[in-house]
Design a protein around this ligand. Sequence first.
Ligand code: AQP
Length: 341
Amino acid sequence: MTRIFSGIKPTGHLTLGNYLGALRRWVDVDQRRADALFSVVDLHALTVEHDPARVRRLSRQAATLMLAAGLDPALCTVFVQSHVDEHTRLSYLLECTATDGELRRMIQYKEKSARARAAGESLRFSLLSYPVLMAADILAYGTDEVPVGEDQTQHVELTRDLAVRFNQRYGHTFAVPRATRPAVAARVMDLQDPTSKMGKSHEPGAGIVYLLDDADVVRKKIMRAVTDSGREVEYDRETKPGIANLLEILAACTGPSGQVGPDGLDPRELAGGYDSYGALKKDTAEAVIETLRPLRERHAVLASDIGAVDQVLRDGAERARGLARPVVDAAYRAVGLLPAA
Ligand code: AQP
């Protein structure tokens, strides 16, 4: 059976980008067709300055939202990365496989390090090595597919390179995974700056729709979205990034029969139905509100029984450990480390 792994970093409140670019597909498609593991990858939240209490709170909230979105522990494994030691054990071996040059070429590293430097902040070494830990997350489970948004595909490419290099040097140890992406909304952009992605750790959040925003707040944010010059509603990411973003969001939130479907409609076709920006914004706002409504309702129920969420995470970690340990032990033996007696 195909093995799938993917994760969410608890670096902020989950956004519409996380949902449309990743989470919804995990729920609608991936957990039903494969042996899928979904993780709150909390170690990745430590690569930048963070408040420990906030990371803890956001980790639990992310897990609760993943379940509220429809991940079903009877169908898939939901767990917290730091509960399974194999991730960090394997990460070190992969650090011994990766090169400094290939890590410095990662676009996310370049962007985040430039932002940190501009703010006069020092860089943590883990910001550079983070894609190696991500590779360990994936390779520890013999993963075949990694469903991710567009911004993560380069990291999955690196994971493939490391797996192939390791296998060639030390003998076949890892499955070589591939990235899969949603057909639309692979990169949801910030409503106030449609040339940069909607990122959960970006401040301030006026251009970001959070999954737990009230309907009124969602409506306001979308109605105030920055649009482009001209009045034609056309799908063109280059010349009309604001309108293209709204069309993509609308497409992703509106299935052919008015239902939410895994891949939604074609944003180009939708553009033809609008002769004003205002009407497009209004429909987009309502589509987003309806898409998020069931998730918000289930979140309220789950958040009132956090013991049940913690139990799901305990069971998930136990299963994940059982899958990862033999793979990571085999990697330790392959590189020449003496097995513990
Ligand atoms: N704007 C987005 N559009 C589409 N997909 C997105 N994803 C994130 N933002 C968008 C996808 O969500 C999954 C989980 O993301 P992550 O938690 O690993 O963090 P990230 O990719 O670094 O995204 P964020 O939310 O913007 O976090 P920060 O601000 O901390 O960097 C991934 O599959 C991602 O592709």
